[in-house]
Design a protein around this ligand. Structure first.
Ligand SMILES: Nc1nc2c(c(=O)[nH]1)N[C@H]1C(S)=C(S)[C@@H](COP(=O)(O)O)O[C@H]1N2
Ligand SMILES: [Mo]
Length: 403
């Protein structure tokens, strides 16, 4: 990419209305505009200052979203563009300086034990590519404006994790103890003093079967996991939404019951509109089939007429992806898109493309994915108070003007 193209792309991401060529923009002093825009945007939090600000929307010091159109076309989301969601202040950065020294307590097995990351590395190794997606991704499309970050598409990424299978750890410690029905992970943040730990701790319980594909991971996209993403050690559970992937995991327990932490009992529940969250409502656990278009038009700008590659991202959630259809008329007619690039496994996302000849006019571009079990991405979101699990294709459609 030339510098001019790059500048143009940056400007598009900033949603400026563009007229003229890239060269003309450079001549018009676009450089100073970009600086102005950067000054206005919220800065990245210190623990994530290494990220690519131009690819991100900073909602707050604990919530950072990838811009639509900025995921890149390499399937795996680069670490410096990956979203961030922290419920608490992350631990001190010193914990990632000596990653092998981090310790995790393993309970609910025949021989409970506290293990260092160094020890875990001797117990087994496995790699998985998976979609990491916040349960609230797409909340920003809910007309009811649920409280919480109004994410659009960018609280998600496709990430490659390496670590030891949870099954191998459990087996090495004599196996899961009798009667245990859940796998419970606890985050290693320092909790504020004087408050009930259960009110704040990030602790989640998943059905025991979730351990089958789960890892205790120390590497992300080929490098030690950075603090922002849960290093030195993270519990990753392919197919389960973001919150169930516990960063800086300090305890992994097989338990008879669910965690009593508020984030488990009341947080992340599918609560009917108007009702209050309570433990009888279903938990947000496995992810559903979903897709969205990345290009053209993610910036809301005008699209050039002629042959166009409509590209996007699609995943099956807890199941493999089967296929994706694309519509250019808001869902009246659909055509099968082509899946491109290598298949990194059932938990990863795939890129898709549909080539279309777009003549001047207005278009509503939509995509609709189907998983291996035949579940089709629905037209409408399922209304719920927390704004979770939005996989509506209509909400994710893009209106574009072709000129
Ligand atoms: N320890 C801990 N783990 C956590 C969280 C947290 O606040 N603390 N946030 C969860 C939520 S809600 C999401 S969406 C993902 C975000 O992962 P990321 O910041 O690496 O993108 O981490 C999950 N794991
Ligand atoms: Mo989340």
């Amino acid at each position: 990419m030339t510098l001019d193209q790059h500048t143009l792309q940056l400007a598009r991401q900033r949603r400026w209305v563009l007229k003229g060529t890239a060269g003309a923009l450079a001549a018009a002093g676009l450089g100073s505009w970009t600086q102005g825009a950067r000054a206005q945007a919220k800065p990245l939090p210190a623990f994530a200052s290494w990220k690519d600000a131009n690819s991100l929307i900073v909602h707050s010091t604990s919530t950072v979203e990838t811009r639509r159109g900025a995921f890149g076309t390499g399937i795996v989301t680069p670490a410096d563009r990956l979203y961030i969601r922290n419920n608490l202040t992350p631990p001190d950065a010193s914990i990632v300086a000596a990653p092998d020294a981090w310790r995790v307590e393993v309970a609910g097995v025949a021989q409970p034990m506290t293990l260092s990351v160094g020890q875990l590395k001797s117990m087994g190794v496995e790699t998985v590519a998976m979609v990491l997606q916040c349960s609230g991704n797409g909340r920003g499309f809910f007309p009811s404006k649920p409280s919480g970050t109004p994410w659009k598409v960018g609280a998600a990424g496709c990430v490659v994790w390496t670590g030891v299978p949870v099954r191998a750890v459990a087996a090495a410690l004599g196996g899961v103890a009798d009667g245990m029905r859940f796998m419970t992970g606890t985050g290693g943040e320092k909790l504020p003093e004087g408050v009930d730990a259960n009110a704040v701790v990030v602790e989640r319980s998943l059905p025991l079967g979730a351990m089958d594909d789960a890892l205790l991971a120390w590497e992300m996209n080929g490098a030690p996991i950075p603090l922002a993403h849960g290093g030195p050690l993270r519990l990753v559970v392919p197919g389960y939404s973001g919150v169930n992937n516990i960063k800086y995991v300090k305890r992994l327990a097989f338990t008879a019951g669910e965690s009593q932490a508020k984030i488990m009992s009341h947080g992340y529940r599918i609560t009917p509109p108007g009702a209050k969250a309570d433990p009888s409502q279903p938990s947000v656990l496995a992810m559903e089939v979903k897709s969205w278009i990345e290009s053209p038009g993610a910036d809301g700008g005008t699209v050039a007429r002629g042959t166009t590659q409509i590209v996007g991202l699609a995943f099956g959630g807890a199941r493999a992806l089967k296929g994706v259809e694309v519509s250019i008329d808001g869902g009246q007619t659909w055509r099968e898109a082509k899946l491109i690039g290598p298949d990194l496994g059932r938990y990863a996302w795939r890129q898709f493309v549909l080539q279309a000849d777009l003549q001047p006019g207005s278009y509503t571009l939509a995509s609709r994915a189907t998983d291996a079990a035949g579940n089709v991405q629905p037209q409408q979101r399922m209304e719920n108070t927390g704004g979770y699990n939005n996989n509506s294709w209509a909400d994710h459609a893009l209106k574009v003007t072709v000129a």
